[in-house]
Design a protein around this ligand. Structure first.
Ligand code: TMP
Ligand code: ASP
Length: 237
């Protein structure tokens, strides 16, 4: 049972669960935004697709022994999660160069990173989510040095698990964004969502972009590619 709307982001609403105060309900919206909200559109069915895709990916991570906030999908567009206090930076893991790192460092798209590169971005729309270093993260978030180390290690473990998952459905995991949250117990676990909104995925055979870049760059139909991702995840096993 959802009650009070706690927070509304660009792609999701967060509700308090009246029956369980330590749980939240994430309601996925049909809205898509890019460039910090400068480009906007709505796609009927996007909320259902991302709810389903993210639920499947978090269930897979649980099978791999990775703790997350995800509990269960409740209906087409909503899922139940454990309540956490979100650590206010995004953790981006990059296996191949694409997006902002190509512009920032003048790298060619597809430049390969071994080991993968981990970057932190401060979650602040007014500042356009700037890239920050470790010292900035310690200053801006209430975390210790060892917690920051632990977050980066978890991000790399999740990268290895996700690379294997996506490889099994013929996709290269180029890069992705994670958010972590702190439980009342103090533990830090994976939170938020993992979907084609938050990952770059390239088809291994055709090299086609199968993620939100089709909307960012106006090169394809967002619903078509998200449907393909869900279909491939459903057909897996
Ligand atoms: P970037 O290349 O724009 O820095 O994006 C890196 C990855 O993070 C890419 O997979 C898209 C994802 N991402 C988000 O999930 N949310 C965001 O607000 C941004 C900027 C990127
Ligand atoms: N999520 C961000 C926005 O809404 C940026 C992006 O994903 O490109 O604008």
């Amino acid at each position: 049972m959802k009650a009070e709307l706690l927070y509304e982001g660009k792609a999701k609403q967060v509700y308090r669960d009246t029956e369980a105060p330590d749980r939240l309900i994430l309601a996925y919206k049909n809205d898509a935004t890019a460039f910090n909200g400068k480009k906007q559109a709505s796609f009927t069915g996007k909320g259902r697709l991302n709810n389903e895709i993210s639920a499947r990916i978090f269930a897979y991570l649980h099978e791999q022994g990775i703790e997350t906030h995800f509990i269960e999908k409740q209906n087409e567009t909503e899922q139940l999660v454990r309540q956490t206090e979100i650590i206010p930076f995004e953790v981006v893991v990059r296996n191949l160069a694409a997006g902002s790192i190509t512009r920032r460092l003048g790298l060619e798209e597809k430049t390969s990173f071994t080991p993968p590169i981990v970057e932190l971005f401060y979650k602040d729309d007014a500042l356009d989510d700037p890239l920050i270093n470790d010292q900035h993260a310690l200053l801006l978030a209430r975390i210790t040095e060892s917690e920051l180390r632990e977050i980066k290690e978890k991000a790399l473990t999740i990268n290895a698990a996700l690379q294997e998952l996506f490889l099994s459905i013929n996709l290269t995991l180029v890069d992705f964004k994670l958010e972590f949250g702190r439980l009342a117990s103090g533990c830090i676990i994976l939170a938020d969502e993992i979907s084609p909104d938050t990952c770059r995925l390239w088809d291994i055979d055709t090299q086609e972009k199968m993620d939100k870049d089709v909307f960012r760059q106006g090169t394809g139909d967002l619903l078509d590619v998200y449907n393909v991702i869900l279909q491939r995840l459903e057909d897996r096993i």
